[in-house]
Design a protein around this ligand. Structure first.
Ligand code: GUN
Ligand code: FE
Length: 356
């Protein structure tokens, strides 16, 4: 099937270059872009064209770090730093997802909101709850969205109402992975919340699941200085946060998505480069939870892949295009106060991170 759209077509060629095509045609064959052209080829002369005039036609946004279950708390409770924010607001709120009526209401609203704002690709955290995670997975599939969906693991340093038994966490995760393989656009992904809430035994078990089913990983990595220090205190046999996942076989089997990566050590960066991990910049959340400002340009210059995320509910909306603007703004502050090694993120670069 062929669909043809006319308008101002914009897309990223690379992180320096935007291609802007005014009064052009986008030719789509069976859901894939075949061509962008100023002159409609002869073979399509009689085809129907949807004409958007001067309006912009852009690729859908990719939100590579979002907590589906925090949709209801987005933008509120921003008076605390990370650990207090989690303990006082986020964990009690996430525990509501044991109730399917609640979960369905929130997940339905979230998915509608994402579609409305042009996000068709995403990597999502849910909660520890199997049934609610499955519901979101099915919803994504039903809507034809592309995504990775991960049931969260947490078995320590978590309140009783949101803490799993290690063995059960592994059993439920393996079941989640097994029952969600083979879908065309949605895939399961392993999701240990972050090192401080996961025992070494849990991480090791997840590594075995990763190898057995060839699934990837998403988690938070060096988001704040306190988080980085606590992680290394808890995991004394490891030299870096990234090494916890590498040594336990979690970065070798599928896509690896690390949220934040604000304070990476040299070893973290080596691991991220070696396994082509994606680091996700969440400019608004980082600001709301006062974690730090990711050295986006410096990481890119060192060869790391950086994408953009809303980190709802650390971020206040699902609107990825607002994160494009925030990434540019925050990078100016970073460059101004820490000029060494830091450069502004220009619009083309931020758009690339949000769409490519
Ligand atoms: N670190 C562990 N859990 C979370 C979370 O829910 N949000 C953010 N921003 N950081 C985290
Ligand atoms: Fe997050």
């Amino acid at each position: 099937m062929t669909n043809i759209y006319k308008g101002t077509i914009i897309y990223s060629v690379n992180r320096e270059t935007l291609s802007v095509n005014e009064d052009s045609y986008l030719i789509v064959e069976d859901g894939f872009v075949k061509e962008i052209t100023g002159i409609l080829p002869e073979e399509y002369k009689t085809a129907e064209v949807t004409d958007y005039g001067k309006k912009l036609i852009i690729p859908a946004f990719s939100d590579l770090h979002i907590h589906a279950a925090q949709y209801v708390q987005r933008g509120i409770g921003m008076d605390k730093l990370l650990f207090d924010w989690l303990n006082d607001y986020t964990f009690p709120q996430e525990s509501n997802f044991k109730d399917m009526t609640y979960a369905k209401t929130i997940y339905d609203q979230l998915v509608n909101d994402m579609i409305k704002h042009g996000t068709f690709h995403a990597s999502l955290f849910t909660t520890i709850h199997y049934d609610a995670s499955d519901y979101l997975f099915q919803k994504f599939n039903e809507k034809g969205l592309y995504g990775y969906i991960g049931k969260v693991n947490m078995d320590m340093n978590s309140p009783e109402f949101l803490c799993e038994d290690t063995e059960e966490s592994l059993r439920e995760t393996e079941r989640f992975v097994k029952e969600h393989l083979g879908y065309r656009t949605v895939k399961p992904i392993l999701t240990p919340r972050f090192a401080p809430t996961c025992s070494e035994k849990l991480i090791r078990g997840l590594g075995e699941i990763a190898g057995k089913y060839h699934v990837g990983l998403q988690t938070h990595l060096v988001e704040s200085i306190a988080e980085k220090e606590w992680t290394l205190e808890l995991f004394k046999n490891y030299r870096a946060d990234g090494e916890i996942y590498e040594k336990n076989g979690l970065v070798q089997n599928g896509p690896v998505i690390f949220a934040h990566v604000i304070f990476p050590s040299e070893l973290d960066k080596e691991i991220l480069k070696k396994y082509h991990c994606v680091s996700v910049h969440c400019p608004e959340a980082t600001n709301n939870i006062i974690a730090g400002i990711m050295p986006v340009h410096a990481l890119q210059d060192e060869g790391l892949d950086v994408a953009i995320g809303t980190d709802v509910g650390g971020g206040s909306s699902v609107q990825v295009y607002r994160q494009i603007a925030r990434a540019a703004r925050l990078s100016k502050l970073k460059e101004f106060y820490e000029p060494e090694g830091n450069k502004q993120v220009l619009f083309a670069n931020a758009f690339y991170m949000a769409t490519k």
